[in-house]
Design a protein around this ligand. Structure first.
Ligand SMILES: Cc1cc2nc3c(=O)[nH]c(=O)nc-3n(C[C@H](O)[C@H](O)[C@H](O)COP(=O)(O)O)c2cc1C
Length: 417
């Protein structure tokens, strides 16, 4: 019976344990988590979501305070188009986070950064260009282009000295999206180094429609992508993601031709994960009925989360003067519209509820939106229940090694503390 460890992901001469921990914003996939994956010979991700505020928290910078100071005058204004990011701040925070992470890297594995196109930041092209280029400048091993089609992303960095040496990949949820990406980027004469195929059971935003995500399945999409690449004689590693919960699940994909797997949910309860300890207990305790896919993200993508997330129904004032990561090219965000509608409908009320959308920036930053994968309800079976009813947190190493060496669909419990 094969184990994940019987396979290797090959990047040229480099051999990697074929386990990639997916990016989880905002700083849920911490540098510590990514570094553990790299130390153990696999690939870890940091996330580039909201790095100015992450940098303030981790490295004592003052980017958010400065932005708020500059735009305080606009807080009561419903038009947020004037609230622009300082590109220098974006660059500095990205360089800080990436370089500090890369300096601490040990072992044979790699650290990538997850870059979401849907973080349009009130100037989509300019801000994404700076994010991508600064990550390359600071020595990241690779970039995973996420949450969007990224039709122009290669062009933003094609003149960068590291364009051909850094590993660049894309997350897609359909063969069509991959074909479009390849067609639009063919002019740069550079293929992606890997393709993550993300199915409908993943955590975070889903690349499917609100009403049809349940009709798709990861294995079918992965096989379509593999077949297409074989037909086109394109040698690009394919990495399925979404619902791969055991080593045996992973092996079944590797045996069918995938080069590695991307996993995340199992690591949400790791010591090194950025979620606060009490929130991790919510993940452990969740039952299947406690999880839903809903449309409250202002990005327009469906998102899976725990129904108990404090972000659901919260009617806080939009925090764009401090954050503003979802503002589109015209300074708009659908949460602002929903919020203003409720304020107008309830004049004089101090606390309002907004049910159809949420302030993604503030709530993700404060760990109040508990996004999760479909199989979160199985996390309780991966640890020991303690006398006080809580679950024993796990080390990332324990989870990583369980994926790497387990067979027979088994999940190894941690040594009891
Ligand atoms: C808490 C959480 C946050 C996530 N955030 C992101 C993100 O910011 N960007 C992204 O591309 N994918 C995100 N994902 C998706 C993962 O990177 C990964 O592809 C997917 O969840 C793998 O499926 P699994 O969780 O069933 O193992 C997130 C997943 C989780 C569980």
């Amino acid at each position: 019976m094969k184990r994940v460890d019987d396979f290797r992901l090959r990047f040229g001469k480099r051999e990697i344990v074929p386990i990639m921990i997916g990016g989880m914003g905002v700083d849920i996939s911490t540098a510590e988590l990514a570094l553990e994956a790299a130390r153990l010979g696999g690939i870890g991700h940091i996330s580039d979501a909201m790095l100015p505020t992450v940098s303030d928290r981790l490295y004592d910078t003052g980017f958010v305070k400065e932005k708020l100071q500059q735009y305080k005058y606009n807080i009561d204004n419903t038009d947020k188009s004037a609230v622009k990011f300082d590109l220098g701040h974006i660059s500095e925070s990205t360089r800080l986070h990436v370089s500090k992470t890369m300096e601490a890297k040990r072992g044979e594995g790699m650290v990538f950064i997850n870059c979401m196109e849907k973080l349009t930041m009130n100037a989509p092209r300019e801000t994404l260009t700076v994010r991508l280029r600064s990550a390359l400048d600071a020595g990241i091993d690779g970039i995973t282009l996420a949450a969007g089609l990224h039709l122009g992303s290669f062009a933003m960095i094609e003149d960068h000295p590291r364009f051909r040496d850094a590993k660049l990949g894309i997350i897609v949820s359909s063969l069509r999206a991959l074909q479009l990406f390849l067609r639009k980027n063919s002019r740069t004469n550079r293929l992606p180094d890997f393709v993550v195929v993300e199915g409908p059971l993943a955590g975070g935003h889903l690349g499917f429609g609100m009403d049809d995500w349940m009709k798709y399945d990861l294995r079918t999409i992965t096989n379509e992508v593999l077949q297409f690449l074989r037909d086109e004689k394109l040698d690009i590693p394919v990495i399925p993601a979404g619902g791969i919960f055991t080593g045996s699940d992973a092996v079944s994909f590797l045996e069918e031709g995938s080069a590695a797997v991307q996993v995340a949910t199992r690591f949400t309860v790791a010591d090194e994960c950025g979620l606060p300890k009490d929130v991790q207990q919510e993940y452990f305790k969740a039952s299947e009925d406690d999880i839903e896919v809903n449309g409250i993200s202002p990005t327009g993508y469906p998102m899976r989360m725990l129904k108990a997330s404090p972000a659901i129904g919260s009617g806080i004032r939009p925090g764009c003067e401090s954050y503003g990561y979802i503002l589109d090219a015209n300074g708009r965000c659908s949460y602002i519209d929903s919020y203003n509608r409720e304020v107008a409908a309830h004049p004089g009320e101090k606390k309002i509820q907004v049910l159809d959308k949420t302030c993604l920036c503030t709530h993700m930053r404060n760990f109040k939106l508990w996004t999760c994968g479909h199989y979160t309800y199985k996390l309780k079976d991966t640890s020991n229940k303690l006398a006080d009813g809580s679950y024993q947190p796990l080390s990332a190493e324990h989870i990583f090694r369980d994926y790497q060496f387990s067979t027979d669909n088994k999940v190894a419990l941690p040594p009891q503390k």
